[in-house]
Design a protein around this ligand. Structure first.
Ligand code: PLP
Ligand code: COI
Length: 343
C-alpha cells in the first residue's frame, strides 16, 4: 500500500480502514529485554516462518484513539487503562509485558510523529492507535516464543458501524466467540479469528454484526461483535452484562461511571436475558471503535425486537454519547485522570 498524504484525506467520510501512515513505534524483545525501541518508517514486519504468532496465535492487541480538541490541542482518553489491559492480555498468553509508562509514552510518540493525520475537530473523526504484540523467533513446539515484536501504528478513522450514531440492527449468533474460562477477557487475536464466520454470516443477512450469547446456556447477552452491550431498562437503569468471557471494555466502564455520576441513573453490571428484551427501552453497543452505536433492533429466533427505534436515537443513549464524546474531544469536563493532553 502506498503512503497517504494528509492533504488527500476526506476527513468527513472516513470509515474504519487501514492507512499506511509515515511513522510507527516498534520495540523488539530479545535475550529477555526490550531493545531498539523507537519510531520507525517501515510498515512491514519481518519475521521467521516459525514464529509462534503464525501457528499458535500468540498475538495481543489494543485499540485507542487520539482526539483533536476545539483549541487544536490533541488528547488521549484513558491510555493507562489500555496499557493495563494489554499487560493482562500478555500475561494470559505468556508474553512479556511492555511497561505502562513506556506504553503511554510510545503512544504519544506515534501521535506526535503523525500529528498531521489527527483529524480536525468537528469532523467527528479521530486518530485510531493499534498497539500490537506478537510472538516471533523460531519456536515450532507449542511453547511461548522467545522473541517478540511490540508495535503501535495509527490511522485516521470515522465510524466503525456504518450508521455512526444512527441505529443499526444485529442478530444473535449460534456460535460462541470465547469460553468462560478461555481468553474472552483478553484482547487476543484468536477471539477475533473465532468471530469472523459468525460476523460474516450476520452481515450477509443484512445485519451490522452479531450478538454473542453466554457460552453455557445461550440465554444471556454477552457482546455485540467487537463491542460491549448496554441497555437502559424501562425504569431507567443503565445495565451492562458481567461475564468472564467478555472483554472488559474501557468505554463500558466509563459509561457505567458517567451514567451514575453525570446522568444520575442507577448503573449496574448484571445479567441481560435474551428473553427479557421488553425490559429495555434503549440499547447500544459501546467500544473504542464503535464509540456508542444505538441498537435499533435485535433479531433472535427469527423475531426482530425493536428497542427505541430503528431510525432515531433514544434520549439516554444520546445523552451518554454527548457526555462521553464531549469528554474525549475536550468540550465536557473530564473526571480526574481520564484525558491526557499530548500538545
Ligand atoms: N469487546 C470487544 C470484543 C472488543 O474488541 C472491544 C474493542 O476494544 C470492546 C469490547 C470495547 O472495548 P473498549 O471500550 O476498551 O474499546
Ligand atoms: C476497538 O474498539 O478498538 C476494537 O478493538 C474493535 C476492533 C477489533 C475493530
Amino acid at each position: 500500500m502506498s503512503r497517504v498524504e494528509a492533504k488527500d484525506i476526506d476527513w468527513e467520510n472516513l470509515g474504519f480502514n487501514y492507512m499506511d501512515l509515515p511513522y510507527r513505534f516498534t520495540a523488539h524483545w530479545k535475550n529477555g529485554e526490550w531493545q531498539d525501541a523507537g519510531i520507525v518508517e517501515d510498515s512491514t514486519l519481518h519475521i521467521s516462518e516459525a514464529s509462534p504468532v503464525l501457528h499458535y496465535g500468540q498475538a495481543v492487541f489494543e485499540g485507542m484513539k487520539a482526539y483533536r480538541t476545539p483549541d487544536d490541542s490533541v488528547q488521549l482518553f484513558r491510555p493507562d487503562q489500555n496499557a493495563k489491559r494489554m499487560q493482562s492480555s500478555c500475561e494470559r498468553l505468556l508474553m512479556p509485558v511492555f511497561p505502562e509508562e513506556q506504553f503511554v509514552d510510545a503512544v504519544k510518540q506515534v501521535v506526535k510523529a503523525n500529528i498531521d493525520f489527527v483529524p480536525p475537530y468537528g469532523s467527528g473523526a479521530t486518530l485510531y492507535l493499534r498497539p500490537l504484540m506478537i510472538g516471533t523467533g523460531e519456536m515450532i513446539g507449542v511453547h511461548a516464543a522467545d522473541e517478540y515484536i511490540f508495535t503501535i501504528f495509527a490511522m485516521p478513522v470515522g465510524s466503525y458501524f456504518k450508521g455512526g450514531l444512527s441505529p443499526v440492527n444485529f442478530i444473535t449468533s449460534d456460535y460462541d466467540r470465547a469460553a468462560h474460562r478461555g481468553t474472552g477477557q483478553s484482547k487476543v487475536g484468536g477471539n477475533y479469528a473465532a468471530s469472523l464466520l459468525p460476523g460474516d454470516r450476520a452481515r450477509k443477512q443484512g445485519f451490522a454484526d452479531c450478538v454473542y450469547l453466554d457460552p453455557i446456556e445461550h440465554r444471556k447477552i454477552e457482546e455485540v461483535g467487537a463491542a460491549n452491550f448496554f441497555g437502559i431498562t424501562k425504569d431507567g437503569i443503565f445495565r451492562t452484562p458481567k461475564s468472564p468471557s467478555i472483554l472488559p471494555s474501557i468505554t463500558k466502564y466509563s459509561l457505567l461511571w458517567l451514567a451514575e455520576n453525570r446522568l444520575g441513573l442507577k448503573a449496574e453490571e448484571a445479567d441481560v436475558y435474551i428473553d427479557r428484551l421488553d425490559d429495555y427501552s434503549e440499547a447500544g453497543a459501546c467500544g473504542t471503535a464503535a464509540v456508542i452505536s444505538p441498537i435499533g433492533g435485535l433479531q433472535h429466533n427469527g423475531k426482530l425486537h425493536i428497542f427505541y427505534s430503528e431510525t432515531k436515537v433514544g434520549p439516554i443513549t444520546g445523552e451518554l454519547f454527548n457526555t462521553l464524546t464531549g469528554i474525549q474531544f475536550g468540550t465536557v469536563e473530564a473526571p480526574e485522570g481520564w484525558v491526557e493532553r499530548i500538545l
